[in-house]
Write a protein that binds this ligand. Structure first.
Ligand code: AMP
Ligand code: GLY
Length: 456
């Protein structure tokens, strides 16, 4: 099989790495990929030329744009690629899977209609409600007057000190900037003004979901979905946990994810059963009843409060950096899994996992998640790194002008790379992961020291 992976982050490096391990796979192309996918065995990055709407040729255009999607379709046809796997949500929400399927090409990813589960929080909430998915209670607003009235009532009716925060969510895709937890009326009103009236998130903030605040540990459950023609299944992976705050002990601003572990020790078998009963099964019922063509991955953002699982959100893709922790733990052939998702045989696929655990801390550039430094060379002491058994996943890292056999790497993003170590248990995985990070260096490199320890 020849496979194309769309995207350029750490998740896509992990996807390309895992796909390339399959005996069924002859070649993996990454569009645009990153400095890590360029160096991976059996992998190469694709340089795409396409016409922009302004009429100019652009290289590696945005895969959420129609012209880039058309260029990708031409490339897949020309190279005889058997299967395309999409990493990020934006191209899916923009209909890349529909376009590929209409052109008779095989792709792993939901169509635009099902992608609304992530692309519209209001829509996701309405589906959860319709099918009885256990969730945080919420109301959707599309006018400032109504929502301001609701805020006055919520914050005005409670005694100071006992006011529970409200969670304010922009309806559309907002690159991680669309959720605010408002402790007081002033913060809530400012956020609503920013989203709805000032339009800091563009159209994404025109509709707002106001949600009850839940308290408890969070887990990410990634799953394979193969639903079409009113039949199908969802096959969940082992639970993972992202650590989103920038600093140790969950302090500091939210980030795209500072590291992940899998499995999650405090997410017991009973909780997993509760998740399946209260969240996964009704979601599957919804996808079947709504007659979606959903052949791809889904990611359930779950919070556990008082021993019960609540769904916070759906994502229509795999998580980043959860994928960097989950895929190294997967024993099954991932290319076979992708094939089964796409051709409707997922029900017969046997998913198996290695024993033990994986810890995947992320190394970030100085300044992240604010304006960050970039363009620094990344060095790896290969012998020391190899001794730990860890895997290196590039994220915001591009290839330099080094020779093809030994390409050099430069930082180009805030989250620069992740290392992913498998161990006999969480402690062993952690030790290996952090030892491997000692063999990696770039100017200003920083990482959390506590990935996998705060099983809060
Ligand atoms: P979301 O994009 O909906 O997952 O929200 C991003 C983050 O905001 C989540 O990972 C949680 O940490 C937090 N969050 C979202 N919804 C809630 C909620 N109802 N209660 C508490 N925290 C929440
Ligand atoms: N790790 C969170 C996400 O991928 O959205």
């Amino acid at each position: 099989m020849k496979i194309l992976v769309i995207g350029s982050g750490g998740r896509e490096h992990a996807l390309a790495w895992k796909l390339a391990k399959s005996e069924k796979v002859e070649r993996v192309y990454a569009a645009p990929g990153n400095g890590g996918t360029a160096a991976e065995e059996k992998c190469e990055n694709v340089e795409l030329w396409c016409k922009s709407s302004a009429g100019q040729d652009t290289v590696n255009g945005d895969p959420a744009k129609e012209e880039t999607q058309e260029a990708l379709i031409s490339f897949v046809k020309k190279e005889g690629i058997d299967l395309t796997v999409v990493g990020p949500e934006a191209p899916l929400a923009a209909g890349i899977a529909d376009r590929f399927r209409a052109a008779g090409l095989s792709i792993v990813g939901p169509g635009a209609a099902a992608s609304r589960l992530e692309a519209s929080k209001a829509y996701a909430k309405s589906l959860m409600e319709k099918y009885g998915v256990r969730r945080a209670q919420s109301v959707t607003y599309d006018t400032p007057m109504e929502i301001h009235k609701a805020l006055q009532i919520h914050y005005g009716n409670q005694n100071k000190g006992s006011i529970s925060p409200l969670v304010i969510k922009a309806d559309g895709l907002a690159a991680g900037k669309g959720v605010a937890i408002a402790e007081d009326l002033n913060t809530a009103e400012t956020t609503v003004n920013d989203f709805m009236e000032k339009g800091i998130l563009g159209d994404a903030g025109k509709v707002i979901v106001l949600e009850e605040f839940l308290r408890g540990p969070e887990v990410s459950i990634l799953a394979a979905v193969s639903v079409s023609g009113g039949r199908g299944i969802i096959l969940p992976f082992v639970a993972a946990r992202d650590h989103k705050r920038r600093y140790d002990h969950d302090q500091g601003p939210n980030t795209g994810g500072m590291g992940a572990i899998a499995p999650v020790p405090d997410f017991t078998a009973d909780l997993f059963n509760d998740f399946e009963t209260a969240i996964l099964n009704p979601t599957l019922q919804g996808l079947l009843t709504e007659n979606y063509d959903y052949r791809g991955f889904i990611f359930f953002g779950v919070l556990v409060q008082n021993g019960k699982c609540y769904l916070l959100e759906y994502n229509i893709r795999l998580g980043d950096p959860e994928t960097q922790a989950v895929l190294p733990l997967m024993d099954s052939d991932f290319a076979g899994l992708c094939r089964a998702i796409e051709n409707g045989t997922l029900g017969e696929f046997r998913l198996s996992w290695k024993p033990g655990a994986v810890c995947a801390p992320v190394a970030v550039a100085s300044g992240y998640p604010g304006d960050y430094q970039r363009g620094d060379p990344i060095t790896v002491n290969k012998t020391a790194f190899a001794g730990t058994g860890a895997v290196f996943f590039a994220a915001g890292a591009v290839r330099g002008p080094g020779n093809a056999a030994e390409p050099d790497l430069y930082s180009a993003g805030g989250r620069v790379l992740a290392v992913s170590a498998h161990g006999v248990n969480g402690a062993d995985a952690r030790e290996r992961a952090y030892k491997s990070l000692e063999a990696v260096h770039f100017e200003g490199m920083d990482y959390r020291q506590d990935i996998g320890t705060n099983y809060c």
